[in-house]
Write a protein that binds this ligand. Structure first.
Ligand SMILES: [Zn+2]
Length: 359
């Protein structure tokens, strides 16, 4: 039985109109934010970009006439994915929030009551100023979620969401047991490896959303023979990191087009040349938010009279740069090397050619 879609292959629902996927441009810092609008107007936001990008996301929602988000899906708790989730949840009504269940909330501060026995001669400390920590972004996300009144769900692999008009979104990962640091010794990051991975089906159109999945995530998916991974379009894992999008995975997915959501200011060498080469080698057409801005995929779920043109992809801007040219890494994007994913973004160093050389 195909996961979540037992009836799908035998009795696919007829597509009823246009479905749109907008891979938003939340650069030049790095991040992901992807909006799906179904043929019946149901909407899903996958991630919200880093802190400060709420306006970009909310503007896009306005532009595409989304007045209420049916689902907000937080693929994994890293700031480049949920940093602006609070800004979005404060700005628009959200029906349900789905995440992978990993809780990074800062524990409640010690009070005299729970501090008992730890030496009580000191006077109660003055109320602490809020200090930003490496996980403050999660506290802000959790607080906004609570305040929003949205329903909360932990992602369950195999569960699918009916988006209306024949469009179905299925959760493929993470599955238990979650990856831990020890399993990331070959490279990669456990938080990323436990990303929510999704599959969108609409008629003959299929798209995979990989979050920041790592090779280990792909291996686990490849091992599940009942999971259909074949897709026309893939939102490439982890901004094109060299620790994902393995050759084996590309072969199994067999995509026609790959969308890379990455920021020009990232220091991890996203997208990696090796990944771009693998995709190019498999004849996959490349699209990149850092060079082409927002990428829009439109599909009616079926082709024209000849069965061609099942979907169309358009970029907000043209680029003269080569989308097949990777970026050079200044840092390794793996927890092995102390990768923490926080605040490692900034404008690139000024080109050395700016000052005329003395001779
Ligand atoms: Zn990321």
């Amino acid at each position: 039985m195909k996961w979540g879609l037992p009836w799908w292959r035998s009795r696919p629902p007829k597509p009823t109109g246009e479905l749109k996927v907008y891979v938003l441009d939340v650069g030049p810092i790095e991040g992901d934010s992807i909006l799906i609008v179904s043929p019946t107007g149901k909407s899903v936001l996958i991630d919200a970009g880093d802190a400060g990008k709420g306006k970009v996301v909310l503007d896009a929602l306005k532009r595409y006439k989304v007045e209420r988000l049916d689902y907000f899906i937080a693929t994994h708790p890293h700031p480049d994915h949920i940093g602006a989730a609070d800004e979005v949840m404060n700005g628009i009504k959200v029906g349900a929030v789905i995440d992978n269940g990993v809780d990074l909330s800062t524990p409640a501060p010690e009070t005299p009551a729970n501090k008992k026995g730890k030496g009580s001669k000191a006077a109660p400390p003055p109320p602490k100023k809020k200090v930003k920590t490496a996980t403050t972004f999660f506290d802000e996300y959790a607080a906004a979620l609570k305040q929003s009144g949205a329903q909360y769900e932990k992602a369950q692999p195999g569960k699918n969401y009916d988006l209306g008009g024949g469009a179905i979104l299925t959760v493929l990962a993470p599955s238990e047991p979650f990856f831990n640091k020890d399993q990331m010794k070959a490279g990669g990051n456990d938080t990323n490896a436990n990303s929510i991975v999704l599959r969108l089906d609409y008629g003959e159109f299929t798209m995979l959303f990989m979050g920041d999945a790592e090779t280990q995530t792909e291996q686990r998916l490849l091992g599940k023979k009942d999971v259909d991974l074949n897709a026309k379009v893939i939102k490439v894992a982890h901004h094109g990191s060299k620790y994902a999008t393995s050759e084996e995975f590309v072969k199994r997915v067999h995509p026609e087009a790959a969308i890379i959501s990455d920021g020009a200011w990232n220091r991890y060498g996203h997208p990696a040349q090796a990944v771009l080469d693998r995709l190019k080698g498999a004849n996959v057409k490349l699209w990149r938010t850092d060079l082409q801005g927002e990428i829009t995929i439109t599909t009616k779920g079926k082709g024209d009279a000849n069965g061609a043109h099942i979907y169309e992809i358009k970029a907000a801007k043209e680029t003269k740069d080569d989308v097949g040219m990777g970026r050079e890494a200044q840092k390794d994007d793996s927890s092995r090397s102390g990768f923490i994913a926080y605040g490692d973004f900034g404008p690139p160093p000024k080109p050395k050619t700016e000052k005329p050389k003395k001779k």
